[in-house]
Structure formats: structure tokens, C-alpha cells
Design a protein around this ligand. Structure first.
Ligand code: ATP
Ligand code: MG
Length: 408
């Protein structure tokens, strides 16, 4: 077996203080109990790129039961076929998985999870070379079986193993390829690129839940505009949701709200915006255009009831039949979108009456309107008046409940 390439601290220069304390603790505990344990995946990649990792995943020779025995009540085992250990530190979770082997050779969809393996096998089942590096915190070395270290230096995205086979086995990897391209702006290596072109229709065989989760992760990453641009350009979006793809291709301003969302998240936090607001930022212009063409231009009277129905239809048009949006999220998106036209109607009446509706999601609608103000600063004045009224009505409500509770 070819030995891996080892990079010492003099070469990789990952400062020890950047390694998460709890991840360090977990690795040390596994090691002192005789197991092999490495940091792996996104965290090693991000440390080498000098970006702050989102999470610190660990791969180990310890079996799930061994991990449970060591970490006792702070550890829960999840997953049915292939169990992972989640080790809890307050609200933070460190994910620990036993080294696994994959099915490298066969070009068919992988439907079941695989069996325990060696460290090398564990790396070979991963998606891209830049995600296939181990970091050994004990001796501070990066262990590289797949050439990921040099690919990171060359800013190259390359699948581990034959690109076509890897995409057919798990088509979500094509989405992940574009996610890393959007995030890091790396070049896609030639064979990987050809395999993406050849196998794009495979994407329809993969799990909608996983794809939607990657969409959300990207909407929370600060690089959503680039990501959806790439998904459109490489025609994956066209397969998953053709109407959204047409919108991104046709409208000049289609990415405007995504740009605002990206900036907001970069300045604040990945979870700074509710997921329903993130989705609304892609649907708002579609609904606005539909309302203008179907009602305003034809001089048909437009009321909020119609707008809500149209908002629901837009969600269905864009996401059905492939994706499933939960009932609660749908209700939130409908509220966010339709309330935009309550706050600022398409045909401005002579006087705007500011009346806060009894709508549990109205504050989300106001947050969304606030984002729109960054595109059109003329809206700021309207936003301020509604926000003030909203705060006011909440104060009144609180006073009312206080009085009522005092009486009881
Ligand atoms: P992010 O920063 O978005 O979390 P990540 O690379 O850490 O990116 P995760 O989804 O957290 O992505 O996955 C952790 C690791 O698991 C990856 O780095 C990769 O090694 C491996 N992995 C994830 N998804 C796949 C997949 N579909 N096929 C093979 N390996 C995968
Ligand atoms: Mg990760």
C-alpha cells in the first residue's frame, strides 16, 4: 500500500489555538484509550485555507459502542445502519464516526451505508481531495492519501477516484462540487468537469431532502448568489426546478436579494436570517412580476387574499414536484411574501393605513422588508413607520396581558 504524504507543522502552519478545544479533548481521550483519532473533512480543509471551520468532525478506529463507553451520558449514537456518535458539550456537538469503507468501483447509486474500514479506506470514500485530509493533533501533522494538500495549494476541485463513478454513486456530490466552487472560487479539474456535464441528469435520482439541505446551507453561507448562479449555469437547477432557473436566466435583478442576503450573513452569522426569509429572497420578484402582469396591468382589483393564493402558487410552481417544503415553512413564506404588499401596495393608495395584522409571522415579513430597503432606500421611510407601529402594538399587548394576569 502506498504510504500517505505527511506534512509537518513547518509546512502546513496550522496554529494549535485554532483547533476547537472540545474536539481536541475528544481526540485526546480516544488516543489515551488506545484508539486512532484524527480531525477530518471540512475542518482540516478550512484550517489550511485559514477560514474558520463550521464544525470539527472526528474519524476514529473506536467502534460506536467504545465511544459511548468512553463518553457515557454526553454521547448519543445516531443513525440506524451506520451509527455515528454525537458528543455533546452544552449546545455544541462534536461528531465522531468510525473509519468506514466505501464502494469505490461500482457505477451505481449507493442506497445503503457501508462497513467499517481502515483510515485510508475512510478517506477514499469521501467526495473531493480537499475534503480527504486527516489532521493528527497529537503530532500536528496533516496526513494526505489523495493529493488534497497540493490541490488546496493549486486551488483545484477534484473528486477522489473516477469522477463519473463518484457522481453516479451519489449525485449530491455534483451539488457539493458547485458549493465548494461558489465558496472558494477554485478551478474544477478537467475530468471532474466533464463528469459533471455528462452526469447532470443523475441529480434527479438523489434525495430531495439532502439537496434542499445543501441549498439551505448555501443560503446560510454568504455565497448563495454565486452558488445559484453556478447551479443555473451548469443546468442542474433547470433539472431540479426549471421555473427558478428560467427566472435566474431571464431577469436582470434576479440575484439582487440574494446579494443582500449574502452581505447580511457575512456581517452577522450563518443563522442570522430565518430559513423562510432565505427562500423568500428567491421568490419575491417572481410573485411581484406575476401580480403586476396578471392584475395591475389588466387593472384587476388586487386584494391580500388573492396575493396569498398567488404566493402559495408560486411556492408550488417553483418547488413541486421534486422538493417538499414543510407546512409551517410554507405558511411563513406565504406570510412574508404577501405582507410585502400590505406594507407597500403595488398601487399606492392616497393614504396608507398602518394596521398591524394578527399574523404570527409578521415580524419576519418586516425583517424581509428591511432587506428590500437596501435595494430601494426609498422604502426605508415606510419600513420605519411600520416597525414603530409594530413595536408599539407589542408594548400595548404586553401591558394588556400584565393587567389581565394581575387580575387573575
Ligand atoms: P461544510 O463546511 O459545508 O460543512 P464539509 O466538507 O464539512 O463542508 P459536510 O457535509 O460537513 O461538508 O461533510 C463532512 C465531510 O464528509 C466532507 O468534508 C467529506 O469528507 C465527507 N462527505 C460529505 N458529503 C459527502 C458525500 N456526499 N460523499 C462523500 N463524502 C462526503
Ligand atoms: Mg462540515
Amino acid at each position: 500500500m502506498r504510504p500517505p504524504k505527511i506534512y509537518s507543522i513547518d509546512e502546513h502552519r496550522i496554529p494549535t489555538y485554532k483547533i476547537d478545544r472540545q474536539a481536541y479533548y475528544v481526540i485526546e481521550k480516544l488516543r489515551t484509550n488506545g484508539f486512532i483519532a484524527f480531525l477530518v473533512g471540512g475542518s482540516v480543509r478550512d484550517l489550511l485555507l485559514n477560514v474558520r471551520p463550521k464544525d470539527f468532525d472526528i474519524s476514529t478506529s473506536a467502534k460506536p459502542e467504545d465511544i459511548k463507553k468512553l463518553f457515557k451520558r454526553s454521547c448519543i449514537l445516531i443513525g440506524r445502519r451506520f451509527r455515528l456518535a454525537h458528543i455533546r458539550f452544552g449546545r455544541k456537538i462534536i461528531e465522531v464516526s468510525t473509519f468506514r469503507a466505501g464502494e469505490m468501483g461500482e457505477a451505481k447509486l449507493i442506497l445503503r451505508d457501508n462497513i467499517f474500514g481502515s483510515p485510508k479506506e475512510d478517506v477514499l470514500r469521501r467526495d473531493f481531495t480537499i475534503n480527504g485530509l486527516f489532521y493528527d493533533v497529537g503530532v500536528q501533522t496533516v496526513i494526505d492519501y489523495v493529493g488534497g494538500y497540493l490541490d488546496l495549494e493549486k486551488k483545484t476541485l477534484r473528486t477522489i477516484g473516477d469522477a463519473s463513478i463518484r457522481f453516479i454513486q451519489d449525485p449530491v456530490r455534483m451539488i457539493r462540487l458547485l458549493k465548494f466552487k461558489a465558496r472558494f472560487d477554485f478551478e474544477i479539474e478537467e475530468n471532474t468537469f466533464l463528469a459533471l456535464k455528462e452526469n447532470k441528469t443523475e441529480i434527479l435520482k438523489s434525495s430531495p431532502i439532502r439537496i434542499l439541505e445543501e441549498f439551505f446551507k448555501m443560503l446560510e453561507s454568504g455565497s448563495a448568489k454565486n452558488f445559484f448562479y453556478l447551479l443555473t449555469k451548469h443546468e442542474l437547477l433547470d433539472l431540479l426546478t426549471p421555473k427558478l432557473s428560467i427566472f435566474f436566466k431571464a431577469e436582470k435583478h434576479s440575484y439582487d436579494l440574494l446579494k443582500i442576503v449574502d452581505n447580511f450573513i457575512k456581517k452577522n452569522h450563518p443563522k442570522a436570517l430565518d430559513r423562510s426569509i432565505l427562500i423568500s429572497s428567491m421568490l419575491f420578484y417572481i410573485l411581484e412580476k406575476r401580480l403586476k402582469t396578471n392584475y395591475v396591468d389588466k387593472k384587476i382589483f388586487l386584494h391580500l387574499g388573492i396575493i396569498s393564493i398567488d404566493a402559495k402558487n408560486v411556492i408550488d410552481d417553483i418547488f413541486k414536484p421534486f422538493f417538499h417544503i414543510s407546512k409551517k415553512m410554507k405558511a411563513q413564506i406565504i406570510s412574508i411574501l404577501s405582507n410585502q404588499f400590505r406594507i407597500c401596495p403595488l398601487i399606492t393608495p392616497k393614504t396608507i393605513k398602518i394596521r398591524i395584522p394578527k399574523d404570527p409571522f409578521f415580524d419576519l415579513a418586516l425583517d424581509f422588508f428591511d432587506l428590500r430597503c437596501q435595494i430601494n432606500p426609498k422604502l426605508t421611510n415606510i419600513y420605519t413607520r411600520w416597525r414603530e407601529k409594530f413595536i408599539d402594538s407589542h408594548k400595548k399587548q404586553r401591558k394588556f396581558f400584565k393587567r389581565k394576569n394581575a387580575k387573575i
